[in-house]
Design a protein around this ligand. Structure first.
Ligand code: HEM
Length: 266
């Protein structure tokens, strides 16, 4: 059986996988696929927030139910499965990236997450996983109720009085995802192309300060979009969910905030 260079035996399959990885450029392939499906996910997120929601507000109930049945349901299918594919390819990149002296396995290599690149990708992944959870645990379950109601009404049934609240829950999570997405992409792209060159040396204990502030801001925003801080009404702490222009502005402010935090701390 082949050895792993450290005196340990490895399974022959590991050798085959290393050959495939090195000759096919797996990291590049996964990176390309990751960005491709990421575009599909976030593109549809922007379609929902910037195009569909404002357009649906101008439609009468009958037209809106038709569009929900035929259009939104299809868009949501691509949206949620593109989200799954993005996470899968993202994890695959981390798996095939080199870690220390090994040619791959960065996913489980703790030292990486202490580097500037590691901190950057960790924040990106934290935001992306939160967005993923919002898609599958908040947006989709609530949109299912909205779609079921639209189809029921189109078939001549009674409107479900709970549908409006379900729509509002989905909308708040969706707006928060749009807000998070700007910073998420900033850290994704910045991992190889920005943050390492922005700071010199290696990060030390100040990592703790960076993470403490990051976690507080992330948690407050997520709790807010779940209605736990400011309820599900308009205005107040939900001000930036009230229309898509406010969400875009808030997303940009959040990018500036995290950039300044990085520069100040590191
Ligand atoms: C939990 C989900 C995700 C994981 C685990 C993940 C993981 C990764 C990893 C490991 C990288 C490579 C970082 C490096 O340069 O070393 C990366 C880059 C990137 N990711 Fe993600 N990602 C996730 C979600 C997303 C989403 C939602 C998007 C949206 C479009 C996205 C877009 C990108 C882009 C554009 C890059 C930069 C590619 C490059 O610079 O070559 N990622 N991601």
């Amino acid at each position: 059986m082949p050895e792993n260079g450290k005196g340990g035996r490895v399974h022959p399959l590991a050798d085959v996988l290393v050959i495939i990885k090195e000759s096919w450029g797996l990291e590049f392939l996964f990176r390309w696929a990751h960005v491709l499906v990421g575009i599909a996910w976030i593109g549809l997120l922007y379609y929902f927030n910037f195009v569909q929601v404002p357009a649906f507000a101008e439609l009468d109930a009958g037209a809106r139910n038709q569009a929900t049945d035929k259009l939104a349901s299809r868009a949501l299918w691509w949206f949620r499965w593109a989200a799954v594919a993005t996470v899968v390819f993202g994890v695959l990149i981390l798996l095939v990236q080199p870690s220390g002296s090994d040619t791959w396995g960065r996913l489980f290599y703790g030292e990486y997450y202490k580097s500037f690149a590691g901190i950057s990708i960790s924040v990106g992944i934290l935001l992306a996983l939160t967005m993923f959870a919002n898609v599958w645990l908040v947006i989709w379950p609530n949109q299912k109720k909205v779609i079921a109601n639209a189809r029921n009404v189109l078939a001549g049934g009674e409107a479900d009085p709970a549908a409006a609240d379900a729509g509002r829950r989905a909308l708040m999570a969706s707006r928060q995802n749009a807000i998070f997405s700007f910073a998420m992409l900033f850290f994704m792209v910045g991992t190889s192309h920005f943050f390492a060159s922005l700071s010199s040396g290696e990060p030390g204990g100040e990592r703790g300060i960076f993470w403490a502030v990051t976690i507080v801001v992330w948690a407050l925003l997520e709790l807010n979009c779940l209605g736990i801080i400011g309820g599900r009404g308009t205005g107040g702490t939900n001000w930036f969910y009230d229309n898509h222009k406010r969400a875009i502005g808030t997303g940009l402010v959040l990018v500036l905030f995290w950039y300044l935090l990085w520069v100040l701390v590191f």
